[in-house]
Design a protein around this ligand. Sequence first.
Ligand code: ATP
Length: 632
Amino acid sequence: MGFRGGRPGGAVIDAKAQRAQNAAAPHVPDLGRRVIALFRPYAARLTLTALLVVVASALAVIPALIIERIFDDALFPPEGGPQLGLLTELVIVMIALFLVSSGLNVLQTWLTSSVGNRITGDLRMKLFAHLQHMELGFFTRTKTGVIQSRLQNDVGGVAGVLTNTLTSILGNVVTVIASLVAMLLIDWRLTIIAVILLPLLAVIQRRVGQVRARIAAQTQESLSQLTAITQETLSVSGILLAKSFNRQRAEEDRYAVETANQVRLQVRQTMSGQWFFGVVTVLMSSVPAVIYLVAGLLLAGGSTDITAGVIVAFTTVQARLLWPLISLMRVALDVQTSRALFARIFEYLDLEPAFTDAADASSVDRAPGPIGRVEFRGVGFRYPGASPESRPTLDGVSFTVEPGQHVAFVGPSGAGKTTILYLTPRMYDASEGSVRFAGADVRELTQESIIDHIGIVSQETYLFHATIRENLRYAKPDATEDELVAACRAANIHHVVEGFEDGYDTVVGERGYRLSGGEKQRIAIARVLLKDPPVLLLDEATSALDTVSERVVQEALDAASRGRTTLTIAHRLSTVLDADVIHVVDGGRIVESGTHDELLSAEGLYAELAAEQLAATRVLRAEERLAGRRAE
Ligand code: ATP
């Protein structure tokens, strides 16, 4: 395998394992407390919001109380005709209250929306930053789409809850309390009749919430699978693979199965609880009818304090109770549902990187040895998850590369060459022995300072869907135009870039697909040259190129490695010839070391590989000559 910038698309095979791992909402201790902690930085704004909500909601109930006076004192006073003066005053007060209350509502909506969206932004940013520090192994194990889905769909899913919940709870609780107080003031007996079923409804609501949380976890998981399929199949590599194997129909089927699952779950999630709200609505809407009946019974029983005003005011206030109550129940359901989403987010936030910098880690500049020295001392390594009984990927690997030396690693496929390069900048930690940089164990150094001194050119060149200039400046954001040109000249690519209509402003396309393999590699080499690191790790991909491109890329690599410590995975003898030392890797061990001539005369594995390659090269050259003759 090559020294890759990342695995494009991710594996399809681990889908089942991944799904099983994610199917239920993960258990996250202290979830409620941690969600509340998200609000802490916005305490001042939230207090102001709460104040506005309380005032607006309380104000909104007063008009209902005024109704009683309108009926009993202004429209139908006990004596005389309608009291127009009083009526006008009461109507003006009522309208003024509505105006103030909706003005406050607008202000409060702005405040909550800004707080809610900021918290969502904070959460997304926290998650993104956390994932940036996860080790490489996490990304080789996890589908890219699944990671993206947590950032997009799960964080997006809680956005609504963060924005609406608090105001909705506050506003509705205040309305409900104010309405209940008003109802009690009007008539306590009717109030009992109106609220008798509420405790039962609260219990049922809790059960519904639990079911919905479970469905929500499944919905989010299905959504992440959909994102993963999209990411895998609708990328350039994915679509190329599907087209070249005529698998588009199969990919459609795979997408159709997950889409159907998603549709089913979304409908289930929406519908779970609808019957409950149906019952609540019927019950609450029937209350006025029951009130009329009870009022009639009370009147028939000789009650004197039930007037038309009392009945109208009571039913008006009670009607105001209906929607806040239903909203509160819906919010409670949303909060329960969102627990599943928050749990998925916190689960990722709680992921511990396999290793981090030691507390007393120092910078490479303070390391005891010369910068540029790389040393492996008895290094053994197993990839995370590999069984302890299996053969280790690296076993007792020891070598030293002095500053400025060129060292090549050769050996059969799967021997462990790439793994050696991974361990040098501490992409993984050695299981045994130590990897040393500038005379210090890499575990005693900050990883950032190690990476600052290392340039990596991998087999699979990763370019962003941006201009050539932007891709180059990734290595050095403040690089001048002259520096860009100088790097590209040294990497043998400047003349090619100049030939493009848009020059350095040419957009390279998704992952650089608009460039040829050799051009992409040379851009990547120019990018490393801009970084100008003392140590270079090269995974030569020249084997994939024809002889002319190979020569051009080789020249670029030679230019890049001049004056730097260079560790190269060599696939062609041409590179190895110049190396100060060649290490032959086989089965995770260094089995031979020496110069080209020394190793040839040792007649070991290297001599075998060299003979094989010589024969292969002869065939290749003959084929190229034949192709050239045919073309003539
Ligand atoms: P090639 O010349 O084909 O690129 P290589 O010598 O560079 O091969 P490595 O890529 O270092 O070989 O792989 C060494 C062994 O480790 C192989 O058996 C490979 O299957 C295994 N391996 C590589 N990456 C991982 C990983 N992320 N998880 C588990 N095993 C891995």
